[in-house]
Design a protein around this ligand. Structure first.
Ligand SMILES: [Fe+2]
Length: 385
């Protein structure tokens, strides 16, 4: 009888891992990509968004392949073409840092004290701080396109800010949420098909909010390493760490570029060896509608805070199409479940109304903020058990 569906650490093979990681990327397999650098696919934002008009399925398919059977990592140059959008959002981050420092916030438990700054749940906190900047930032169609390519519709956006000051030290190589946050003894209780499945429940992204020259320590990446089935048990083992140290690659990023990778890709933040360059990223962790995200977001509160500004932009026709869809997807819950089917039966079809549907309905009907708030709270009540 075989137990191979419950993988044990002694079945891991650094040799098999290295064979996977030694694949090289064939650029012609990814017709929308501009180039391949160190086995990382590089896309130009406009060249990715433009073909969405004529063949969105082809764009989604290529991005999904890149993250799954391809190198597992891609960069989109100029994902935020207007640097003012990033700069305004940086000022919002600064204000949040100041408020949290004044409250004696402990900072980042993933690094040595003093070197890093962290804003957990920057998604909700930026909406609380500045609704206009939130709307401007998350109405980005590129974030929505890559999220949808990996996760399909109704994904759940979360975000965390990471600031690495000069002297900030590199991380150990690792995989990310879900199983990257569990100890080996718990990982090995999950049958291998579930371990493989889990990578399809999350997308990792990072938007460069400062320039990230190599000396500032942009993320070290090991292309194709997401393909190793036993990787969730392997990343703490010395042979795998050694292989990573010898073969990981880094790419400089410009402010406004975005990096996306499969959460099963081996990666680690780099050393910031500059004297004076502060590296700032907004990390995006996007979850499938079917998965539990890492962070709670109070989406009801978030929506109530942004609704007046959103309504105004909608009525002035400043926000529509792919930008409006991206904003709604990032802000509101798009999934009907879990719910209470006694009090929240489907209005049409088989699935009860979602927060996203309610929000769009409110905008189309031009509800005032008070009525919107009431209806949103009513929906939440009906969904509760
Ligand atoms: Fe990570």
């Amino acid at each position: 009888m075989t137990d191979t569906l419950f993988l044990q650490p002694d079945a891991l093979s650094a040799n098999a891992f290295s064979l996977l990681c030694e694949q090289s990327l064939t650029l012609s397999d990814y017709p929308l990509a501009a180039e391949a650098e160190k086995n990382v696919l590089i896309y130009h934002n406009a060249a990715l968004l433009e073909p969405v008009q004529s063949d969105k399925i082809a764009v989604l398919s290529e991005l999904h392949r890149a993250l799954s059977t391809g190198p597992g990592v891609l960069v989109i140059k100029g994902a935020y073409p207007d640097s003012e959008v990033i700069e305004r959002h940086n000022r919002v981050f600064d204000a949040i840092f100041q408020q949290e420092a004044a409250r004696g916030n402990a900072g980042d438990h993933f690094s040595a004290a003093g070197n890093n700054g962290r804003i957990w749940n920057s998604l909700q906190k930026t909406a609380e701080q500045d609704a206009g900047s939130f709307i401007e930032y998350y109405s980005n169609p590129t974030l929505a396109l890559v999220s949808e390519a990996w996760l399909g519709p109704w994904y759940q956006m979360t975000a965390q800010v990471n600031v690495v000051r000069p002297g900030g030290k590199a991380q150990q190589p690792h995989r990310d949420y879900h199983l990257g946050f569990q100890e080996n003894r718990d990982v090995q209780r999950f049958p291998l098909p579930l371990q493989l499945l889990s990578q399809y429940l999350t997308l990792q992204g990072a938007v460069a909010h400062s320039a990230m020259p190599l000396e500032s320590g942009p993320t070290q990446l090991l292309p194709f390493s997401q393909q190793y089935p036993g990787g969730y048990l392997a990343w703490r083992q010395p042979e795998f760490i050694d292989y990573f140290r010898q073969h990981a690659v880094q790419l400089p990023l410009a402010q406004g570029d975005a990096l996306f990778f499969n959460p099963a890709l081996f990666h680690a933040a780099g050393n910031n060896v500059t004297r004076d360059h502060v590296r700032i990223a907004n990390l995006l962790q996007v979850s499938s509608a079917f998965g539990k995200p890492m962070e709670t977001v109070n989406r009801l509160r978030l929506l109530q805070l942004i609704y007046p500004a959103l309504r105004q932009r909608y009525q002035n026709e400043q926000l529509h199409g792919a930008e409006l869809a991206a904003l709604v997807a990032a802000a509101a819950d798009g999934y009907s479940f879990p719910t209470n089917l006694d009090s929240d039966p489907p209005l049409a079809g088989l699935a009860p109304q979602t927060q996203q549907q309610l929000l769009l309905h409110a905008l189309q009907e031009d509800w005032n903020a008070e009525y919107f708030n009431q209806q949103l709270e009513r929906q939440q009540r009906l969904r509760s058990a």
